[in-house]
Design a protein around this ligand. Structure first.
Ligand code: ZN
Length: 264
């Protein structure tokens, strides 16, 4: 069984980052992937110290990206510094959707690739790998117009060392090329593996993700693919759930995440 990491979005409505770090320690969850607003609220130094003192591995920092927005550069450079300070294994990039007022997907995607290329030297220097996270195509307009692993890996190939992918099952489970693209990515390029489940029916396209085992994603199969590609890292649970898990006792959420690993 791959070790578990908690993406802090999973209990963000109930707990502060300090409480989440404490919760991970109590529940013997050894990895954490915090969001930058939570880190800022606790203070970068405090967050780094507290995470280190509790022996947690930072499997990612969420997030940089949004290369089609104004002021994308400064914010991404700050994100790289924060990821470095936290000792994060990668900075997750939600790359951004269409350019403002544009219908031009190609141009938007080209700007995203240029943007990643522009921050890559800084990331390399800081020792922070950049993880492009392809998002489900329903989010192409507003959040990310890189929507398949294949597109993301094409960018990795073009840009070279220091950039890889975050494989989030919620976004890529439907892709007929998923197995072959995971194989193509290999150990080198798979920087993070995010899990949850796809509920039927899905009541909200952004924040109705399911707990592992409650939906239709064949998690053991995808895990076998990433392992066959050489991935040996954590399974990071990332659940946005306005209607269910964000309403529950967070200790119950963490217990359930651990118990559901049998479905992963
Ligand atoms: Zn994710």
């Amino acid at each position: 069984m791959r070790p578990l990491s908690l993406n802090t979005a999973t209990v963000r409505k109930q707990w502060s980052l300090a409480q989440i770090i404490d919760g991970c320690a109590r529940h013997d969850i050894r990895g954490i992937s915090p969001w930058r607003d939570q880190v800022a609220a606790l203070g970068l130094k405090n967050a780094a110290t507290s995470i280190r003192d509790n022996g947690l591995t930072v499997t990612g920092l969420c997030r940089g990206g949004f290369f089609t927005a104004e002021d994308w550069k400064d914010d991404n450079l700050r994100a790289i510094e924060e990821a470095h300070a936290l000792g994060a294994q990668c900075l997750v990039l939600v790359v951004g959707g269409l350019l403002p007022g544009s219908k031009d997907l190609q141009k938007s995607r080209a700007q995203i690739e240029d943007g990643i290329g522009a921050i890559l030297p800084h990331a390399r220097k800081a020792g922070v790998p950049l993880a492009i996270e392809p998002l489900h195509p329903m989010q192409a307009a507003e959040r990310a117009c890189i929507n398949t692993l294949e597109q993301a890996l094409d960018i990795c190939e073009a840009l070279g060392e220091g950039v890889g992918v975050a494989v989030d099952v919620y976004h890529v489970w439907w892709d007929p090329k998923l197995e072959s693209q995971i194989r193509r990515a290999g150990k080198e390029n798979i920087l993070a593996y995010h899990i949850c489940d796809w509920l039927v029916p899905t009541r909200d396209l952004l924040s109705d993700r399911g707990m592992m085992g409650d939906g239709v994603i064949d998690l053991p199969r995808i895990r076998r693919w990433v392992e066959a590609a050489g991935y040996t890292g954590f399974q990071e649970v990332e659940i946005f759930s306005e209607l269910d898990w964000w309403k529950r006792d967070p200790d119950e959420v963490l217990q359930t995440c651990k118990a559901r690993l049998v479905h992963c």
